[in-house]
Design a protein around this ligand. Sequence first.
Ligand SMILES: Nc1ncnc2c1ncn2[C@@H]1O[C@H](COP(=O)(O)OP(=O)(O)O)[C@@H](O)[C@H]1O
Ligand SMILES: [Mg+2]
Length: 197
Amino acid sequence: MIEPSGLDAGAAAGQAVVRADRGCVIWMTGLPSAGKSTIAETLAPALKARGERVELLDGDVVRENLSKGLGFSKEDRDINIRRIGFVAELLARNGVKVITAAISPYRSVRDEVRELVGDHFLEVYISTPLDVCEDRDVKGLYAKARSGALKGFTGIDDPYEPPLNPEIEIATQGETPEESAARIIDVLEARGYLDVP
Ligand SMILES: Nc1ncnc2c1ncn2[C@@H]1O[C@H](COP(=O)(O)OP(=O)(O)O)[C@@H](O)[C@H]1O
Ligand SMILES: [Mg+2]
C-alpha cells in the first residue's frame, strides 16, 4: 500500500494545519526575568519528545554570535529582533517549530516580524509583572539598573511595550515552568500545529 503523504494524511484528517505546513514561530516577549528562557527550555524538549523539529533562538545566545557587537540602543535592539525574525521565518517555512526568547520590547518591530512570518506567528506575552521580575532578578541586572550602574535597562529606564493582541498570555507567578509550557502546547494543539495525543 502506498502511504499517504503527510499533506494528504493531514487533509484527510481535516486538520486545521496540514503536517507539511506545521512550522510556526512561537515568539515570546516579556520583561527581563519574566521567564522567557526558562519556558523556552522547557517547551523545546517537550515538543521534540513529540517528534517535532524544534529550534530555539534565545536573545542572549543570538547576541553572542549572529548579533555580536550590537548594543542596547533602540536601533540596535530593532536590528537584533529583525535578525531573529528573519532566521525564524526561514526555519518555520521549512516546517520547524521555532521558539524565540528575546525581550523584544518594542511593539513596532514585533509587528514587523509578525508581517514577515504571516499566519504562523504566535506571540506569547510572558506578562510576569515588573515587581515579580525585579524580585527574581536572575542576572542581578535590575539591581544594577536601580543603582544607576546600568543605563537603558528594559522596565527601569527603557520602555517595554506589551503586545495588544497576543495569541497567548502567560503570567508565570504561581505556576511552574512546566505548567506554563503546557499552556502553550494546549494552544498549539487547538490551532492544529500539534496532534492531540
Ligand atoms: N512559570 C514559570 N515560568 C518560567 N520561569 C519561572 C516560572 N516560575 C518561576 N520562574 C523563575 O523565573 C526566572 C525566569 O528567568 P528567565 O527564564 O531567565 O527569564 P527571561 O529569559 O525572561 O529573562 C527563573 O529563575 C525561573 O525559575
Ligand atoms: Mg532569557
